[in-house]
Design a protein around this ligand. Structure first.
Ligand code: SAM
Length: 360
């Protein structure tokens, strides 16, 4: 009975439906929708950043994520060791830039611009060796995207691991970062968090919702509607407070070439009044950017709105002020300023944006 319940529904003709075994998430199983969306949102985020790239999706599972990556990438190879998952993926997701291979993540090798390895590093015996292998596959400038659940929010308090039998080891944020930093020079860690209706549900649970729905006998009726309605927009991927995250995503890259230039365009200082951004930096965030640039190993340029507070923050640095047209909430003209690190020579030009201002 349970077997029949947790099987994929309505698959295209000739595509064998997969059963939920706990080893991989699946689309088209309404009861599984929370986990499916929780994984899918990360694939969508990566697809936004891999336009035109050659992508290898290792341990691709059912194949839905490789198909999402295929919407923007130049090419995608989805690799999984499991024969049923591989056969399903191959038959279900067909596009000219997408192929599936049955292989181990440890042994499959193909030069690429991005390696994607989501929710599987916790399944492998030698995670260090697998990260070293990913690095060897990446072309210069390539990026590995590796995600894993947060031990602190997955397992019971104090436990070393959840009861998921497929997981060999679950990580805390600092452990996972340290593991990735052993193999990649640049690692950015993001956390996945509940948003919108999942955040509201989380707050309701803190207020005692669990005992209310049980007492009223509403549990099944409520969750039969709530779970299938969960969307990827009910999750958010962002930096900060990683110990509270559901999952971590490490964005791992090698060293930048020695002749690199850093260009930053942070949110404007004077944005609140003009409603140019939904999210904006506070004064201390701007100060943190300026401080970080002091230790930047490459020449840098940063551009801002021409605000006295920002001029003060970058006093002592070369600067160039210029006019610009904006068109966001409302159209108006203002001036921007660029600041330069000491080793850069400021160009002697009247208008750094001539094409915007109608000049040839
Ligand atoms: C939790 S699922 C993740 C699937 C997919 N990346 C996602 O995020 O939905 C783990 C998948 O890894 C595959 N797998 C586990 N160890 C593997 C290995 N060493 N090489 C290739 N695939 C592996 C399993 O068959 C399973 O499909």
């Amino acid at each position: 009975m349970t077997e029949q319940l947790y099987v994929q529904r309505d698959q295209p003709e000739g595509v064998p439906p997969l059963h939920l075994t706990g080893e991989r998430t699946l689309p088209d199983v309404p009861e599984e929708n929370y986990w499916y969306r929780r994984h899918l949102v990360v694939y969508e985020w990566i697809a936004e950043r891999t336009h035109g790239r050659r992508v290898v999706d290792l341990a691709c599972g059912e194949g839905y994520g490789s198909a999402v990556l295929g919407r923007t990438a130049a090419s995608v190879v989805g690799v999984d060791a499991n024969p049923e998952a591989h056969e399903h993926a191959r038959l279900r997701y067909q596009r000219s830039n997408l192929r599936f291979e049955r292989d181990l993540a440890e042994s499959f090798s193909e030069p690429c611009d991005a390696v994607v390895f989501l929710q599987t590093i916790e399944h492998v015996q030698d995670p260090g060796a697998i990260l070293a292998h990913f690095k060897s596959m990446l072309e210069p400038g390539g990026v590995a995207y590796v995600s894993t659940p947060n031990l602190l929010t997955l397992a019971p308090p104090g436990a070393e691991k959840s009861d998921n039998p497929w997981h060999v080891k679950e990580y805390r944020a600092d452990e996972f970062r340290a593991l990735c930093e052993q193999h990649f020079e640049r690692v950015e860690m993001l956390g996945l968090f509940h948003a919108r209706k999942l955040r509201a549900h989380e707050l309701a649970i803190k207020l005692g919702w669990d005992s209310v729905h049980k007492r009223l006998g509403l549990t099944k009726a409520f969750y039969d509607r709530f779970t299938p309605a969960i969307a990827t927009s009910d999750f958010r991927l962002k930096p900060g407070n990683l110990d509270a995250a559901l999952d971590f995503l490490a964005v791992c890259a090698g060293e930048l070439p020695s002749r690199s230039l850093a260009y930053l365009d942070p949110p404007y200082f004077v944005m609140g009044q003009r409603k140019l951004y939904a999210n904006y930096y506070r004064a201390e965030d701007h100060a943190a950017v300026a401080e970080a640039l002091e230790g930047c190993p490459w020449p840098w340029i940063v551009s801002y709105d021409d605000a006295p507070e920002i001029i003060q923050l970058y006093r002592g640095h070369g600067q160039l002020t210029y006019g610009i047209d904006y068109s966001a909430a409302s159209r108006y003209e203002g001036s921007e300023v660029m600041f330069f690190s000491p080793e850069l020579t400021i160009p002697r030009i009247a208008d750094p944006l001539p094409s915007l201002h109608g000049a040839a």
